[in-house]
Ligand binder design. Sequence first.
Ligand code: DOR
Ligand code: ZN
Length: 344
Amino acid sequence: MQVLTIRRPDDWHLHLRDGATLAAVLPFTARRFARAVVMPNLSPPVTTTTMALAYRQRILAALPSGVEFTPLMTLYLTDDTPVEEIDRAAASGAVLGCKLYPAGATTHSAAGVTDIRRLDAVLERMSERGLTLQVHGEVTDPAVDIFDRESCFIDRVLAPLVERFTSLRVVFEHVTTRAAVEYVCAARPGVGATITPQHLLLNRNALFQGGIRPHLYCLPVLKREADREALRGAVAGGNPRFFLGTDSAPHARSQKETACGCAGIFSAHAGIELYAEVFEELGALAKLEDFASGFGADFYGLPRNRGTLTLERQAWTPPPGYPLSPGELVPFRAGESVSWAVQA
Ligand code: DOR
Ligand code: ZN
C-alpha cells in the first residue's frame, strides 16, 4: 500500500462554531491538524479580544483528551472596530489577525464591514502591530453576477487596499477563480491565499449534477472549469503564496436541505485526505507537504510543526451523516469514496 508521511499540517481557514456543534466537529480537525485559524463568524460575532480569548478557552475545553491542537484566533471586523481593539488583540498573543467580511457576503456576515474606507485607521494599526487581514473576497453588490463577485472584489476593493497599506499582511481566503490566482501571483510580497478542497476538486457543474446539490453549496460558490484548472496549477506549481485552508463549515442537514439553504461544506472529516487526492491526480504528491504543512506557517511567521501525519492510499466511505445535537451533519463525499485515509 502506498504510504505518505508528512509534517503535521495546519488548517489556515476553519469554522468551528460553538457549544454542541464545536464539540461535534473539533475532533475531526484536531486529529489531523496541529493548528487552525478559527473564523469569528459566530452569532454574535467574535468582535473583541475578550470574546476571542473566551472562545479559545471553549475550544481547548472541547478537545478530546490527549490531543494536541492550537486554535489561532481571529477578530471579526465591523464598521465600528476601535483602533484600541487591535492593540489588545496584538498584546494577547492569541489573535493572529482580523477577518474582513463584507456586510451581507456570507453566513453571519450581517455585522460585517459596509465600506472598507471606514477602517483605514484599524488597518494601519494592524500593519503596525503585525496582525494579518483575512479577507472574504466577494463584493455584495446585487447588480454583480454571483460568479463575478470575487474578480470584481479584486478590482474594487482588494487591489486598492493592498496598495494603500503597503506593509499589511493579507490572506485572500478561499480563492476560487483564475483572476484571483493571477492577482495573488503578481501581488506585492505579504499577500497570500488559501484554497479549499472543494474548489480544487469540483466545478460549478457539480452543483446541478442530476439535480440540485445543496451540500455542495458554499461561498464563494464553485466556479467554472477554467478557474479550477488555475487553482490546481497554483498548488501543483508549489507557489508558496498558496496554502491549505479547508473552510470546513458545518450546518445541520435541515439548514442545507431547505428552500433557502445555508452556504458551507463540511470537510473536516477528510480535511487532509481530500487534498491528497488532488495532489495525486496532479502527479504532485511530493508538493502536498509544503502546501499543507509549510507555506502557511512561513507566511504567518510561525514555526513549522514538529510532529508528522501518515496517510495511506486506502479508500473509505464517509457516512451519510455525523451526529449533531440537534440533527446531523452531511459531510463532503457522504456515501461516496475518498481515496486516502489517515493512518490510525
Ligand atoms: O460557504 C461558506 N460558509 N462560506 C463562508 O464564507 C462562511 C461559511 C460558514 O460560516 O458557514
Ligand atoms: Zn470561511
